[in-house]
Ligand binder design. Structure first.
Ligand code: P5A
Length: 491
């Protein structure tokens, strides 16, 4: 047995998530971590295909009501430094370009960590009257953040290679708020299609986006129980409009500041898909984003006449499927077993095996990646059966991931409050997310960190499981009026 096959055959226990994650990224050929700059990684062709399929879902959702734009990567220091709170939030994270060749630049240029300060000076020029509003644009670009915490592929990057950021401007606070709700629905639809569960919260005031009036965030739970923030939506009020002097003339001829929102998702969405569905054998992918949806593996061990018939049947099945699916016929030299491991690692939702006996019976064998269930299908029904199976794989992994998610949320919002149950809460924080009542003050947030070793995600907006129970009660720390709030260890 070749070394490669031996490696492919050894399972990777997902219990040890960190190791599992790195191994799967390498073996499934998602990302190469050997690039010699900290926090920067290389997409392998397979990983890039997965990434592009995931993005195309979001792009289509955004295209319904946004126009795509493309702004420069560099932002002059003069613009970047205008919004005080924004700078404060980002100053430690910016990479600066200070030289052109051997000359010092007159105005240093920031490598965008996000694009508010690139886009809004142009909004000032573009927006004249109420007829120009709402203005809704998005771009998919790379952004750079000098992250000092432990960097990790797809999760904490110094170059986010495809930041999907949307920016909108409106006539009033309420219209901007309606846009926040729309953005929540867009992101819900996106993560529903990826079968990635989420909690949506309003971040506490002390943890909102620098320059925002408030921040709404999506978090998912990783296999080690820590949460990963996978999307944020910010109501910016008139903060940036005042800084960048973005005004419109209303119907009465009066000039008013616009109200803005922005929202974004990074490649953490790819990390979430990998981490949510994968198992000890590698990736498990929702069919909609699987670069290969179906693999056909001929079961032949010698080159006799019967194998010629097998190959011929495989080719005709391939021809029948290829108009409807991303399908590969693996005619490689490896043994069938080696092929199974390879395609299982890459999360192909459906494998079709065809051997001499299948040919004589005019059938083939289907094997599902999510359950490893095997069953025979008449050759004449391959296309319709494949369609059914792929639909069912999606439904099954979505149900499974939601069940798992529900089992990781621990509710301490009952009548007894959380008092006197601190040890229990601490234990639950190690396993997932805990719901408690909190007043929302920063002091109580600090106390929560101290007592439970958990960060405050924020007060509940909703979850993929629907709204949870009681929404109001006494703050677990100070006893003042509190709201249903989630706490967790975070990435
Ligand atoms: C919204 C889009 C913004 O930057 N400006 C335009 C707003 N928000 S944010 O919360 O700072 O970032 C949006 C999402 O990007 C992810 N993210 C990262 N992913 C990988 N590596 C990083 N270093 C990184 N920093 C932020 C988070 O999911 C965040 O919610």
């Amino acid at each position: 047995m070749a070394d490669e096959e031996r490696e492919a055959k050894t399972v990777i226990p997902k219990e040890n998530f960190s190791e599992w994650y790195n191994e799967v990224l390498r073996r499934a050929e998602i990302m190469d971590v050997r690039y010699p700059v900290k926090g920067l990684y290389v997409w392998f062709p397979f990983g890039l295909k997965l990434r592009n399929l995931i993005y195309s879902i979001l792009r289509a959702l955004l295209d319904e009501e946004h126009d795509e734009v493309l702004f420069p990567t560099l932002i002059p220091r003069t613009e970047f430094m205008k919004e005080e709170k924004h700078i404060k939030g980002f100053e430690d994270e910016v990479f600066w370009v200070t030289k052109g060749g051997v000359d010092e630049l007159d105005v240093p240029l920031a490598l965008r960590p996000t694009s508010e300060t690139a886009i809004y000076p142009m909004f000032k020029v573009w927006i004249r009257s109420h007829a120009d509003l709402p203005l809704r644009v998005y771009q998919i670009v790379n952004v750079f953040r000098y992250e000092t915490k432990h960097t990790r592929p797809l999760i904490r990057l110094r170059e986010v290679t495809s930041f999907k950021e949307a920016h909108t401007a409106h006539r009033s606070w309420e219209e901007a708020e309606a846009q926040v709700r729309k953005a929540i629905n867009i992101y819900r639809a996106f993560y529903d299609r990826l079968a990635v569960p989420y909690i949506i919260t309003k971040r506490p005031d002390w943890d909102k986006f620098p320059g925002a009036a408030y921040t709404i965030a999506f978090d998912t739970i990783m296999p080690d129980g820590r949460t990963l923030q996978i999307a944020t939506i910010h109501h910016l009020g008139t903060n940036f409009a005042k800084t960048f002097d973005i005004k419109y003339e209303d119907i009465g001829g009066e000039y008013k500041y616009v109200h803005q929102t922005c929202y974004g998702i990074s490649e953490r969405c790819v990390a979430a898909v990998i981490a949510t569905h994968g198992d000890d054998h590698g990736l498990v992918l929702p069919p909609e984003v699987a670069p290969t949806q179906i693999v056909i593996v001929p079961i032949i061990f010698s080159k006799d006449e019967r194998s010629a018939a097998v190959i011929e049947t495989c080719r005709s099945v391939h021809a029948a499927l290829k108009n409807s699916f991303r399908v590969v016929l693996d005619e490689g030299e490896e043994r069938p077993g080696a092929k199974f491991y390879k395609w299982e690692m890459r999360g192909v939702p459906l494998r079709i095996e065809i051997g001499p006996r299948d040919v004589s019976r005019e059938e083939c064998t289907f094997v599902r990646r999510d359950t490893f269930e095997r069953f025979t299908v008449p050759l004449s029904n391959v296309v319709s059966e494949a369609e059914k199976v792929l639909k069912d794989v999606y439904e099954n992994i979505w149900r499974r991931s939601k069940e798992h998610f529900a089992s990781r949320i621990f509710d301490f919002c009952g009548n007894e409050r959380g008092q006197g149950r601190e040890d229990e809460i601490k234990e639950c924080v190690r396993r997932g997310v805990v719901a408690i009542f909190m007043c929302g003050s920063e002091e109580c947030g600090v106390e929560v960190k101290e007592r439970f070793d958990a960060d405050v995600l924020g007060e509940e907006v909703t979850t993929c499981l629907g709204d949870a129970g009681e929404r109001r009660g006494c703050c677990i720390i100070c006893g003042a009026e509190g709201k249903r709030t989630y706490i967790a260890r975070t990435y």
